[in-house]
Ligand binder design. Structure first.
Ligand code: XUL
Length: 470
């Protein structure tokens, strides 16, 4: 038995085949949007914008990439063996569809070989672009939601109003382009948009990705009626249904995909967000284990048995695709900041990852620093550069290295204490190679640290979610 996991992230789409009997990944293919689809003018996966707050992508690029990645898979694996499909998308991004959307989905079934997804769906959008998670242009809308509902948004939807979250984005579109908003019949997340196209039917939004919208009542697992209704006219009519982890998927693969060798009619699980998919893909879907992904940004996530929110508002709560909930905190100044500190000190990786930690004691005599190179979101802090509680200029390189790493890890620890304690922390991402960082995590969290070697954890999570539909 084989399942397919499709991960549509910011810069690429991956398709991963999982052998459910041998419990291993047997094939992975991918398409890089910028490199392999240059006609969309999005070298980093989004449309360049002079306004740093605006980050949008062309949803047709995601469809062209879906066709291409499945074509690649066809030449690498006998896809007729695949029994179910699952997947995920970058979180928070939204796609706006007009009245031709339902009939186009229906038309896919009979589409001839010369028709591509890009051609079929070209006329379906009421908004040419989809705002993505990197967009932070909705401060005014977040403020309005706060003024109207205050702390209720956090308590009910799992996060305070956040710029990149979907409901403030929908609000902004309705305010700025009321006619285009009015002609929108359906609003999908990136995840539910792709699951809809795969199945030729409107896919529901799962609780994992739905929780990244500021729109889902996580106590009831239903849309928050008055918060949604306040945000923009008729939002509730434009959103698809909500899919809960225990539900059986209503989706089946469209005949369109038989061109790549798939069997039509195999189950398609509603897609989730990339982070909930990674929770599953890293084998961390049960409470007690946390994952720290040390990448461009440092992301912490962990399963939670019940719905509980961060009183300080830094941790988000998403649905766990295997049931229950998960928390996530994202620190923007991660690996790029570490690299900038290392280069600035003029030390090599061996020194930065190891030697500096042999030359200094854990705790660093209380000396800590944080690299605020980018405006930080956890905690909210302007881009002021390095802030230290000691004389930075006068200190030696090893003290500075430890101060930065302990500063970063202590920040993650402090911001996630509300969830409770963890026996095990799994680390992944480029910087998990550093012994100094791993030891610091073990010291500060008082937990066992394991290094994870799951390169495509989100796509693998999609394949494991698909397996539940068999
Ligand atoms: C999470 C977030 C990102 C995106 C893209 O809240 O914004 O992790 O899901 O990966």
């Amino acid at each position: 038995m084989y399942t397919l996991g499709i991960d549509s992230s910011t810069q690429s789409i991956k398709a991963l085949v999982y052998d459910c009997t041998a419990c291993k990944v047997v094939k992975t293919v991918s398409v890089n949007f910028g490199k392999e689809l240059p006609q969309f003018g999005s070298p980093d996966g989004f449309l360049p914008s002079p306004d740093a707050l605006v980050r949008q992508a062309n949803p047709l690029m995601w469809l062209a990439a879906l066709d291409l990645v499945l074509k690649k898979l066809q030449s690498a694996f006998d896809v007729s063996l695949i029994d179910a499909i699952g997947g995920d998308g970058q979180q928070h991004g939204s796609v706006y569809l007009n009245s031709t959307w339902p009939e186009t989905l229906a038309r896919m079934e009979a589409a001839g070989g010369e028709e591509t997804l890009e051609k079929l769906f070209a006329g379906c959008f009421s908004r040419r672009v989809a705002p993505i998670w990197m967009d932070s242009s909705t401060t005014a809308q977040c403020r309005h939601l706060m003024e109207k509902f205050g702390d209720r948004v956090r308590r009910e939807t799992g996060s305070p109003p956040i710029e990149r979250f979907t409901l403030p984005q929908i609000m902004k579109f309705a305010e700025e382009e009321p006619a285009a908003y009015g002609s929108t019949v359906r609003i999908h997340l990136v995840s539910s948009f792709l699951a809809s196209v795969l199945s030729g039917a409107d896919a529901p939004i799962d609780t994992g990705d739905g929780a990244g919208m500021n729109a889902l009542d996580l106590g009831k697992l239903e849309w928050s009626e008055d918060i949604c209704s306040f945000a923009a006219p008729d939002v509730l009519d434009k959103l698809p249904g909500v899919f809960r982890p225990e539900d059986k998927s209503p989706l089946r693969l469209s005949r369109y995909f038989t061109r790549y060798g798939f069997r039509a009619g195999i189950p398609v699980a509603p897609f989730t967000g990339d982070n909930p998919a990674s929770l599953v893909g890293t084998g961390s879907e049960k409470p007690g284990v946390a994952v720290i992904s040390l990448g461009t940004s440092d992301v912490f996530f962990a399963a939670m048995p019940s719905f509980q929110t961060d009183p300080a508002g830094y941790g988000h709560v998403f649905g766990n695709p295997f049931g229950g909930f998960m928390s996530l905190a994202c620190v923007k100044n991660g690996s790029l900041a570490r690299e900038k500190v290392r280069a600035g000190l003029g030390v090599d990786y061996k020194f930065f990852d190891e030697t500096a930690f042999e030359l200094t004691p854990p705790g660093n005599g209380g000396k800590r620093a944080f690299p605020y190179f980018e405006a930080e979101i956890t905690p909210i802090h302007a881009a002021t550069g390095i802030e230290a509680n000691f004389d930075w200029e006068g200190a030696c390189a090893e003290t500075k290295v430890r101060a930065i790493i302990e500063g970063q890890i202590a920040n993650i620890y402090e911001r996630t204490r509300w969830i409770g304690a963890f026996d095990t922390i799994r680390v992944t991402g480029g910087a998990s190679r550093s012994k100094g960082i791993r030891d610091t995590i073990a010291d500060i969290f008082g937990a066992k640290v394991e290094t994870l070697d799951v390169p495509d954890s989100a796509a693998l999570g999609g394949a494991l979610i698909a397996q539940r539909q068999l």
